[in-house]
Ligand binder design. Structure first.
Ligand code: GDP
Ligand code: MG
Length: 165
């Protein structure tokens, strides 16, 4: 799916959430299918891209991994860590942040990452499902480490953006 001659759409997406929840690793898993064991807190790269096919259109996702890039974003991945309750408790604040700084029509996916760490889980799936339903967000649990659900979550977000534009 990489490097088509013709791009039909470019969708700007932001990945937000508390520090260390796995934002950079999720992005690197989706864009390059890589998980980097010794990742630095933030590498110089500001965004990464991957082109996917949606309804026979080439959609280039331009995904930003830095705070403060909400303006003009069509979608947001709001990430928490299923092993860190505090990162889930902060999700409401991140939603407010998006509602304040992003376009009203922004599509938001709530992502519970590190689902591979089952023994360390402190955020039950049902809590997140309930929050997501109340707020009208899509919800997925993912693992950037194993890759579980990462493509599915990003694709769903891009498809929903495609459906609302
Ligand atoms: P960021 O600050 O939100 O960008 O978080 P990072 O992507 O830098 O990840 C923070 C730490 O969590 C790093 O040590 C990663 O290796 C680890 N990590 C990220 N995603 C996962 C995951 O899905 N599973 C596990 N077990 N560790 C992860
Ligand atoms: Mg990071």
């Amino acid at each position: 799916e990489s490097g088509p001659d013709k791009i039909d759409y470019v969708f700007k997406v932001v990945v937000i959430g508390d520090s260390a929840v796995g934002k950079t690793q999720l992005l690197s898993r989706f864009a390059k299918n890589e998980f980097c064991l010794d990742s630095k807190s933030t590498i110089g790269v500001e965004f990464q891209t991957r082109t996917v096919n949606i309804n026979s259109k080439f959609v280039k996702a331009q995904i930003w991994d830095t705070a403060g890039q909400e303006r003009g974003a069509l979608g947001a991945m709001l990430v928490y860590d299923v092993t860190k309750r505090q990162s889930f408790d902060h999700v409401a604040r991140w939603v407010e942040e998006l509602r304040a700084h992003a376009d009203n029509s922004i599509v938001i996916a709530l992502i519970g990452n590190k689902a591979d760490l089952a023994d360390l889980r402190t955020v039950p799936t049902e809590d997140a499902v309930e929050f997501a339903e109340n707020q009208g967000l899509y919800f997925f649990e993912t693992s950037a480490l194993s890759g579980e659900n990462v493509d599915t979550a990003f694709r769903k977000l891009l498809e929903e953006i495609y459906n609302v534009i």
